[in-house]
Design a protein around this ligand. Structure first.
Ligand code: SF4
Length: 380
């Protein structure tokens, strides 16, 4: 996050006048064409922080339905700091990467406890907040506090790589810092991200409509598609999983994860998978007994759901337990256990993958979420 300078820009072959032209063209285009997004319409430090956390590794279209609901539920750092982690996770439910929700809540607590309810106004103090890396500190610092920090995400990396026809990491970061418009750093960062999102897309960039095409080196060289160099994607490990739905008096048995791991504090169906046993996932009866001490007479196959995580591709087979024993279930590996009705399933903190399993179960039982049973089947 070094500061910009005309001297270094001209050293890299972009003269001061071309640099001025490039900045002017991009900012004018941004003022004219940028999408009206809720966090841009009524900007505030709090809304900027929430939007930046939600947008980490997530597309704008996915964030949109969650943003306003989250803001009305927790309208300020203070409200968020006072909420329970479970309430925050429930409001985040379906957005994925739940570590972000926990970090956002801890950030609100730190802002209330250590900074009088205001964002600290330098990069180092921002980066000391939970969930703030270099990118988030630069994005929040420039947008909410007008700090001269270049925010470099995947979109910006691609735009800069193409503008300067370079794929070198250090080169990209250097050039991004030199391009930064010091008078409007927040708008500049958003303009670069916007350009990468809607014009300079990974495939088939729309160079003819690009406001900075006259200064784009890759376009001049005809090498646009080559930048940035493709990185090797990690090989995803295949995991077979079995999940069990135990239903009693219209409610399904859920377990709550402990404090570790990406799904800490979230609710889920009892399950086991092939990571614990190389011969394959445990049988449904072993899972139910092992995790809850409950026994069932039989297990009916409900359906299959697939989910992709950072390092795993997980296929889950869902079984419905029948002839459930009368005993009271006792939790084994989780921190809590509860019977959840159909409407509670909607509001509890649960991952997207779990929600797909809930949906399979609802369809299998022929019932609607929290509503009347239209098909005459069992009500969950
Ligand atoms: Fe991207 Fe094309 Fe614009 Fe260059 S001219 S920045 S490749 S859209």
């Amino acid at each position: 996050m070094e500061k910009n300078s005309k001297k270094s820009a001209s050293r890299d072959g972009l003269s001061a006048s071309r640099l001025r032209r490039l900045r002017k063209s991009l900012l004018e285009w941004y003022d004219r064409e940028s999408r009206s997004l809720p966090w841009r319409l009524e900007p505030s430090s709090y809304r900027t922080v929430v939007s930046e956390f939600m947008l980490q590794q997530t597309q704008v279209s996915t964030v949109l339905p969650f943003f306003e609901t989250f803001i009305s539920r927790f309208p300020s750092f203070e409200a968020l700091s006072r909420a329970s982690e479970e309430e925050v996770l429930a409001a985040w439910s379906g957005l994925g990467y739940y570590r972000r929700a926990r970090a956002l809540k801890r950030t609100a607590e730190r802002i209330m406890a250590d900074h009088d309810g205001e964002l600290p106004c330098n990069a180092e103090a921002l980066m000391a907040l939970p969930g703030f890396g270099e990118y988030t500190a630069a994005a929040v610092g420039s947008i909410a506090l007008h700090l001269p920090l270049a925010a470099i995400d995947g979109n910006v990396r691609r735009v800069v790589a193409r503008l300067f026809a370079t794929s070198e990491d250090a080169g990209i970061s250097d050039q991004a810092n030199r391009l930064l418009d010091l008078r409007r750093p927040g708008d500049w960062n958003q303009a670069m991200m916007e350009l990468g999102a809607i014009v300079c897309s990974p495939r088939a960039p729309r160079c003819l409509l690009c406001p900075v095409h006259v200064d784009c080196r890759a376009r001049r060289l005809g090498t646009v598609e080559e930048f940035p160099l493709k990185r090797k994607l990690p090989v995803l490990r295949r995991v077979e999983q079995v999940a069990v739905a135990a239903v009693r008096r219209g409610a399904v048995l859920l377990l709550q994860r402990g404090d570790d791991g990406p799904f800490a504090g979230m609710w889920e169906l009892p399950s086991g998978d092939s990571r614990e046993n190389p011969d394959g996932p445990p049988a449904p009866d072993k899972i139910l007994l092992g995790l809850t001490r409950l026994r069932a007479k039989g297990f009916e196959f409900v359906g299959e759901a697939k989910a992709v995580f950072t390092h795993h591709r997980i296929t889950t087979k869902l079984y419905l337990a029948s002839g459930l024993g009368r005993g009271t279930p006792r939790r084994q590996r989780h921190i809590a256990l509860r019977w959840a009705s159909a409407s509670e399933l909607e509001s509890l903190a649960a991952s997207k993958a779990q929600r797909r399993l809930f949906e399979l179960l609802r369809r299998h039982l022929g019932c609607e979420v929290g509503g009347a049973n239209k098909k005459g089947g069992k009500r969950l």
